[in-house]
Design a protein around this ligand. Structure first.
Ligand code: FMN
Length: 448
């Protein structure tokens, strides 16, 4: 089935493999994508994936970070993205732009800025975001956020993308409203399962109004929040305790999926967990060294960042490693069973995300009707030609991705690529692979 075509609305996909969002430093400081963006995205298309979901592209001018990540907050950002899309389209590959913003999970900034603390509610969260506390958005700020999504979606269509995906996952702003352990509001945006959905409903309706009925809108939705992982100290405690400890379970998210279907979305993209990174969304190891490096890079931004860096620096790695790794392990096809529940309940096309790499597991997932597509990020970063290898009958690449999770953390400060040095013969070879991603070979030759 992997190589069977599939149709979502008017969109034709030549097979069932989607490149999942991979965000990284592919823009200039103002957020305009650089040629690295085109070169990076094009390589997956050249290597036969049926579709690419873009990195999360920021909809809010202020809450956009890390630096040098792409933005779609102004019309001037459209043209360079349109060029990248054209390059991808040369390979019969669909390009869907994922829009979103991190809310109070914004991790870095040039200076400490209040906007980076904006969320559904005021609280302390140890692990995510650099601000000492998250602060509740005013109604006016929520309305502005809704409008930001709508304007960004208009730009997505103008850039020539095949669809727009709204991220309601990854612990970003929308999930900060959906998650009852985080959303403690008592106005129309919080206080009940329905009210927590209000912002997403407004965003979907506003986006639809801008892009029109015919333009596919997908939603990346977490099957369940699992608030208790990792090191997630979130204070004050909320009641009922199950909200604080678990957040939304699959029951609430299925309800949201039904509501999204009623709003006319084209597909669901299912992952798990709350926050980026988190062990359910990125099943694999906890990259202690990388998190330490990342914390150190932002330690000047707030007392919390400083305290977090000090805590990570003070504990020797042989103590920190086992503690920080609690709950972190590789689970193949982690969201496949959940994806099936969403697919059966809604009848919508579903993409399953997380922990896929072997052809037989992908084939089984599709055969058993658990999902219509499988999306991959880290395995394609490790072996960009994975689909071609499958076409040749190989089940697993010779040097597979180890799911070490160095890439998602390291690439917030360094260029995109695989940073698992054990996969390379030497450090030079590893660095060469990273440089390949940053620029195409012709451009590199011109630069030499
Ligand atoms: C380097 C890197 C960057 C990522 N950036 C994004 C992003 O911008 N938006 C997003 O929704 N997910 C992002 N993810 C998560 C992936 O899309 C994917 O869900 C996750 O890695 C699990 O899939 P995998 O097991 O195939 O890697 C990123 C992952 C990696 C490794």
């Amino acid at each position: 089935m992997i190589f069977d075509p599939f149709q979502i609305k008017n969109l034709h996909f030549k097979n069932r493999i989607i490149r999942s969002s991979i965000g990284g430093k592919m823009a200039y400081f103002d957020g305009t994508v650089s040629s690295a963006f085109k070169n990076f995205e094009k390589r997956f298309a050249e290597n036969d994936v049926a579709g690419i979901i873009s990195p999360t592209i920021a909809v809010d001018d202020k809450r956009a970070s890390p630096l040098e990540y792409p933005k779609l907050t102004q019309d001037r950002f459209i043209k360079p993205i349109a060029e990248a899309i054209k390059a991808v389209h040369n390979y019969d590959c669909r390009y869907i732009i994922q829009i979103g913003e991190a809310g109070a999970h914004t991790q870095t900034s040039l200076f400490n800025q209040k906007e980076d603390s904006k969320s559904s509610s005021t609280l302390f969260d140890f692990f995510y975001g650099y601000q000492n506390r998250h602060h509740a958005m005013t109604i006016e700020e929520i309305e502005m956020a809704v409008n930001n999504y709508a304007e960004a979606a208009r730009r997505v269509r103008e850039a020539g993308a095949d669809g727009v995906e709204i991220t309601a996952s990854k612990g970003y702003l929308i999930q900060q409203f959906l998650n009852p352990g985080v959303n403690r509001r008592t106005d129309k945006y919080g206080g009940s399962t329905d009210k927590r959905f209000q912002i997403l409903e407004e965003i979907v309706l506003a986006v639809k109004k801008k892009v029109g009925e015919d333009f596919p809108i997908g939603i990346r939705l977490s099957a369940a929040d699992y608030n208790y992982l990792p090191l997630n100290i979130r204070l004050p405690i909320t009641f009922p305790l199950k909200h604080w400890y678990f957040g939304n379970t699959i029951k609430e998210n299925l309800y949201y999926a039904q509501k999204l279907k009623a709003l006319g979305i084209a597909y669901l993209h299912i992952d798990k967990g709350y926050g980026f990174p988190n062990p359910k969304g990125n099943p694999g190891g906890f990259p202690v060294h990388e998190i330490k490096m990342f914390n150190n890079a932002g330690r000047h931004l707030s007392f919390k960042s400083w305290a977090r860096a000090v805590a990570f620096n003070a504990l020797p790695e042989f103590i920190l490693h086992p503690i920080a790794n609690i709950g972190w392990k590789y689970v193949p096809g982690i969201s496949a069973d959940d994806a099936k529940i969403f697919k059966d309940a809604t009848g919508l096309p579903v993409i399953a995300n997380g922990g896929f790499q072997e052809m037989d597991l992908i084939e089984k997932t599709l055969q058993e009707g658990k999902a219509d597509f499988v999306a991959m990020a880290r395995p394609l970063l490790a072996n960009v030609n994975l689909v071609k290898l499958f076409q040749q009958g190989l089940n697993t690449p010779e040097i597979p991705c180890t799911h070490c999770n160095r890439c998602p953390v390291r690439t917030a400060t360094y260029p995109l690529g695989c940073y698992d040095i054990t996969r390379f013969k030497s450090q030079d070879e590893m660095e060469e692979q990273i440089m390949e991603w940053v620029a195409s070979s012709d451009e590199r030759i011109n630069q030499l």
